[in-house]
Structures are given as C-alpha cells and as structure tokens.
Design a protein around this ligand. Structure first.
Ligand SMILES: NC(=O)c1ccc[n+]([C@@H]2O[C@H](COP(=O)([O-])OP(=O)(O)OC[C@H]3O[C@@H](n4cnc5c(N)ncnc54)[C@H](OP(=O)(O)O)[C@@H]3O)[C@@H](O)[C@H]2O)c1
Length: 266
C-alpha cells in the first residue's frame, strides 16, 4: 500500500547523535523511519519522537549482517514509504592495538560502517534519481581525516566514508540530489562503551566531549543547505585544518598520545 507521506530514514536513530538527529528532523516536521537493533530502544524512541507531531516508523535491523541493508530497502519499498532523505548514521568503533583486537569484530565494523552504508546509499539513491530529488547525510568523523593508532580500523572506515561522500556528491551534482558529510569530533554518546574505549585518554575529560544535540543541529543545517561537509565545533574545525597541513606520520604520533590508555603505553 502506498503511503503519501515522505520520510527521512535514520540508521541508528535510537541513541547519541542519531537520536538527536531524529529529534531535529522531527522538530522540523520530517516523518521518520528509525532503524536499530534494540526493539525496546526503538519503542522508546518512537514514543518520544512521535510526541513531536510526526509519523515515526521503526524497523529492527542488525546492519552488521551482510544482507541487512538490502533487506531494509526491500522492506521500506514493499511498505510503500518514500524516503526523501537518507541518514547513514549507525556506526561503531573498536579500541585497542590492531595486533590484539578481534578481527571478527573489525570485519563486522567494516560491514556496518562501510558495506551497509554503500548498499543503502546505492539503493535509496536509485529511488531518489527516479523521483528526481533527494538528500543523503553520511556520518563521517574528524577521525576520517587522520590516521588513528588504537582505533586504526575505525579511522580507516571513516576515511572511506569521507572520500566516498565527496565523490558521490560530484557524480550526482546536476540531478537535484545532495550528499553531505557530517564530521563530529569526540562526542558524549554510548560510542565509547561499545568501542571498549573507556581507558583512552581521549575520553577521560567528559567536559571536552561535544554535545550530540549540537552535532545533530550542525548536520541538519548543512544537509538542508546542501553543503558538501560540516565539521562540528570550533576546536574540531581547527583540528581538521591542521590535519590538512601536517604529514600523516606526525598526525599518527599525535593521535597515538591522545588515544593511548591512561595507565599504559606501548
Ligand atoms: N561519539 C563520537 O565521538 C563520534 C564522533 C564522530 C563520529 N561518530 C559517528 O556517529 C555515528 C553515531 O554514533 P554515536 O556516537 O551516536 O553512537 P551510539 O550512541 O552508540 O549510537 C549508535 C546507534 O547506532 C545503532 N547501531 C549500532 N550498531 C548497529 C547495527 N549493527 N545495526 C543497526 N544499528 C546499529 C545503535 O542502536 P542499537 O545498538 O540498538 O543497534 C544506536 O542507535 C557513528 O557512525 C559514529 O561513528 C561518533
């Protein structure tokens, strides 16, 4: 059955930056399709966000799974929802030296942060091209601008997202589709728990972490303005500007010091 409403689909819209994005979109009148794994969190999100006066559809999906992204697209299409905005937000990291970390976990992160993102982007982009309009927001990171010892795979996945976003944006520039990258710095969310990162020096001082609500507002504004990318926060803008002029080896040395555990060096 065809639904006449238009929707913004947000992966990982139940927590952290994705939840705050859901709030900003809903506050601006966008109906939402929110995707995550935890059904109770999806139900809580639906009840909180639909109170803002928009339609909220929830879909349970584990984007670590290889077929989940194409299944998600099929489910949305079969239900007759038009996705005018896609927000590829769900992503995870893993803290630790690469020699010690679990390769299965890292390959799952590549699946979530890269493979599921590109499958969703391709399938929803094709629908947008058919309709002649659309917008895509990809959660990149300032991590994508620097090599990151202690999170080497995560930083690599975000470098992919950044490069992919800019390239795709160029390809569709004359087709009424915009593709925008949101680059937060370290932000106060559950990301660090999921990444086993509590011991990192980087997350010791909670006051230095960005507020996910501010990050979400920056992302929403950049997307609606059709910008190519936005680095959220002044300090992070400075960090990215520096990364443009510093050699990679120097950046890796700096990140090594910032990310190492409080009580240990290697
Ligand atoms: N926090 C930071 O410092 C920071 C900085 C730069 C960029 N980012 C990026 O921002 C994005 C959001 O991160 P966050 O900090 O807001 O993290 P978060 O608070 O941990 O939220 C992650 C969201 O993604 C969902 N999710 C996680 N794994 C999933 C999976 N396998 N399948 C489907 N959904 C999944 C989670 O719900 P379920 O667990 O229920 O699935 C949750 O809704 C990520 O791409 C991250 O890389 C974060």
């Amino acid at each position: 059955m065809k639904n006449d409403l238009k929707y913004t689909l947000i992966t990982g819209g139940t927590s952290g930056i994705g939840y705050e994005l859901a709030r900003v979109f809903a506050s601006n009148g966008h109906n939402l399709i929110v995707v995550a794994r935890d059904e109770a969190e999806l139900a809580r999100t639906k009840s909180e966000i639909s109170a803002l006066g928009v339609d909220v559809v929830t879909i349970t999906k584990d984007l670590f799974e290889a077929d989940a992204a194409s299944d998600l697209h099929a489910q949305v299409r079969d239900a007759g929802y038009d996705v005018e905005i896609l927000v590829n937000n769900a992503g995870q990291g893993q803290y630790g030296l690469f020699k010690d970390t679990d390769i299965r976990r890292e390959l799952a992160i590549v699946q979530l942060n890269i493979s599921s993102l590109i499958v969703l982007t391709k399938l929803f982009l094709q629908d947008m091209l058919e309709r002649g309009e659309g917008k895509i927001l990809n959660l990149s990171s300032i991590a994508g601008k620097t090599p990151g010892p202690w999170q080497s795979v995560y930083h690599g996945t975000k470098a992919f997202v950044q490069s992919f976003t800019e390239a795709l944006r160029r390809e569709v520039k004359d087709q009424n589709i915009t593709v925008t990258a949101l680059l937060p710095g370290a932000t106060d969310t559950d990301f660090f728990n999921k990444a086993d990162m509590q011991e990192s020096k980087m997350v010791q001082d909670k006051d230095k972490l960005s507020d996910p609500a501010d990050v979400a507002k920056d992302g929403y504004n950049a997307l609606m303005a059709g910008d190519d990318m936005v680095v959220s926060g002044f300090k992070n803008k400075m960090t990215v500007a520096m990364s443009g002029v510093m050699p990679d080896s120097m950046q890796a040395g700096q990140l090594d010091k910032q990310q190492e555990p409080v009580n240990q060096t290697h």
